[in-house]
Ligand binder design. Structure first.
Ligand SMILES: Nc1nc(=O)c2c([nH]1)NC[C@@H]1CN(c3ccc(C(=O)N[C@@H](CCC(=O)O)C(=O)O)cc3)C=[N+]21
Length: 293
């Protein structure tokens, strides 16, 4: 029973990647080009290295070109901006992702805003944030975009649903709220200064947890039958062992929710699948061709 409650983001992402691989094959044979994604990693953060490796592997598995740029932790902002400029002008590169966080000497928002907005597959450029906020065609941040697909797959039409987004980051919370608003949800954005978080969450048909606090959302905060999307990825110690947990207390949330994403195997794999999707979309726009069926 509870198996069906658990949203299998890993399987959903695999299906998406299969479709993307077929679309890439069509572009190669019919249009004569291969989409390319450049990933830039500055420094040696071990978790970042794992993500970058996974992205590279999945990019190649989908048939796209993957260009990896690994720079020393002491790299200056000027050097990084020069690389961005080179990637902006390289026609083989359709998408650019600069892995965050960046070392202290570098102003991350300045670097993001130096990326050509039409190659900004993270959707973090101020122009893409503006397009999302005003209903224009742009590139959408991958994690909230993946969450939206999981929600629509479960619920169909989201119009009129009350969504509570916990977290107001530029990367997840704010764009997630924009996407839900575009689907005609009633949206509440809760954050660290929210007065009574359990009371806000209790009103939600949809809960998006994106705060980075391990197991914060408890089952007794949920309305019966709420759909819970857990964006958190927190590494904690439990019984002397390292463990990956979300922002929701999965054990107590599971019986109250009608559906819930697990960590790992929920939102995380969707993020990478949507990154590949956005690279494909960016490549098609740059070549002036329609996205293959
Ligand atoms: N410019 C930029 N764009 C990003 O999208 C970006 C970034 N910087 N910096 C780091 C975060 C983190 N991130 C993840 C992607 C996939 C998983 C993922 O696939 N997780 C798996 C496995 C987790 C594991 O075992 O470690 C899961 O949740 O099942 C996790 C985290 C993208 N990020």
């Amino acid at each position: 029973m509870s198996e069906q409650k658990i949203i299998d983001g890993k399987a959903f992402a695999e299906k998406l990647r299969g479709k993307i691989a077929a679309q890439v094959a069509t572009l190669k044979s019919k249009n004569g080009f291969t989409p390319g994604l450049a990933v830039v990693l500055v420094g040696e953060d071990p978790a970042s290295k794992v993500y970058v490796r996974n992205k590279g592997e999945q990019t190649k598995a989908s048939g796209m070109n993957s260009f990896e740029h690994k720079l020393d932790a002491s790299t200056s902002q000027e050097t990084l901006l020069k690389l961005i400029d080179q990637l902006n002008r390289d026609p083989q590169v359709n998408g650019i992702l600069v892995q965050l966080p960046l070392p202290k000497q570098i102003d991350a928002q300045a670097v993001i805003n130096a990326i050509d907005p039409d190659k900004d597959v993270d959707g973090f450029h101020v122009v893409n944030a503006g397009r999302l906020a005003t209903g224009g065609q742009g590139l959408v941040p991958c994690t909230p975009y993946g969450c939206l697909l999981l929600l629509k797959d479960r619920l169909g039409d989201l119009a009129g649903k009350h969504a509570v987004v916990i977290g107001r980051s530029n990367i997840v919370g704010k764009p997630m709220a924009q996407l839900l608003l575009n689907e005609s949800c009633t949206v509440t954005i809760a954050h660290s200064k929210t007065k009574d978080l359990p009371a806000e969450v209790r009103r939600a048909d949809i809960v998006i947890a994106a705060v980075g606090r391990p197991e914060m959302v408890k089952g007794d905060w949920l309305k019966d039958g709420a759909v819970v999307i857990d964006v958190g990825i927190n590494r904690i110690e439990k019984d002397g062992k390292g463990k990956l947990v979300g922002d929701c207390d999965f054990q107590s949330c599971l019986p109250k929710a009608s559906a819930i994403t697990p960590v790992p195997g929920g939102v995380g794999p969707m993020t990478i699948a949507m990154l590949l999707h956005s690279t494909l979309v960016a490549a098609c726009r740059q070549h002036g061709v329609a996205l293959p069926e």
